[in-house]
Design a protein around this ligand. Structure first.
Ligand SMILES: C[S@@+](CC[C@H](N)C(=O)[O-])C[C@H]1O[C@@H](n2cnc3c(N)ncnc32)[C@H](O)[C@@H]1O
Length: 251
């Protein structure tokens, strides 16, 4: 995938950033998914140096600050997102860098206790490079936790509540959307299999500790669902995981 994809995605993210202020941020792992309060994947955060990949509006970093993290670092492709993150984190010392995650932007190596990413990893145009860099930022024993759309999810379409498979899960590649969040903001999102994420983690040197195909959050117990054909809906989420979450460790 070319630099042109990164340039296009950056331009579009700058345009739609305002739709994402506070969305897809910890303790949430994703739409309708179990939360950090339920899964407890992060061990003690107090006094830990943390790095957020695709930090967006900075709300996950704010959550980390509230949990007692000692250093807050974030990388994001979009200038607009970095600007919002600065506002979200006003009064806190945070190191925010505008860069694609797949490029070495000078982050310290062997430095972080935890690197995490909430709904951003799948945007990378070079998964192998992104995982290798993340591995290099971690201290030995450090953890990498990320969430992203369940890889089969993009293929699940629904018509009057009947869920069916569209396209071929077998074919990796990209999906091009001319609009994003209802705006003329073309984006290119890579489409990868579950095995690709797992194998690239292993190739980067990680030991996988946990793979979660998220259930619906207990916060939604008792909430009645309506048949819905929307991309994300409680109806679909009760039948198929919206989100995959993987925790791995630099051994
Ligand atoms: C859904 S948002 C993540 C929200 C974030 N987790 C939060 O706590 O606010 C996805 C983010 O990924 C960023 N992104 C997209 N492609 C990227 C890339 N190649 N490198 C770094 N960040 C990227 C976007 O700019 C966007 O801010």
């Amino acid at each position: 995938m070319s630099n042109d994809v990164l340039k296009q995605n950056k331009k579009s993210w700058d345009k739609v950033a305002h739709h994402f202020n506070g969305k897809d941020a910890l303790p949430s792992y994703g739409p309708f998914a179990q939360t950090e309060d339920e899964l407890r994947l992060f061990d003690e955060i107090v006094a830990k140096k943390v790095l957020d990949i695709g930090c967006g509006s900075g709300h996950s970093l704010k959550y980390m600050a509230d949990q007692g993290a000692s250093e807050l670092w974030g990388i994001d492709l979009s200038e607009a997102q970095i600007q919002t993150a600065k506002e979200t984190l006003e009064g806190l010392e945070a190191h925010l860098v505008c860069s694609p995650m797949e490029e070495d932007c000078g982050m310290p190596k062997h430095y972080f206790d935890v690197v995490y990413s909430i709904y951003a990893i799948g945007w990378t145009t070079n998964l192998s490079a992104a995982f290798k860099l993340i591995h290099s930022y971690l201290k030995p024993g450090g953890s990498f936790i990320f969430s992203w759309d369940h890889p089969l999810y993009a293929h699940l379409k629904s018509h009057n509540g009947q869920i069916y498979l569209e396209g071929a899960y077998q074919d990796e590649g990209v999906i091009k959307y001319p609009n994003f969040k209802g705006e003329e903001a073309p984006v290119v999102i890579p489409k990868r299999k579950m095995a690709t994420y797992i194998n690239e983690l292993i190739r980067a040197g990680f030991t996988i500790e946990s793979v979660i195909e998220s259930d619906v959050s207990a916060n939604l117990d008792g909430v009645s669902e309506e048949i819905s054909d929307q991309y994300y809906s409680l109806y679909k989420a009760r039948r198929f995981p919206t989100t995959m979450i993987i925790k791995s460790v630099k051994s």
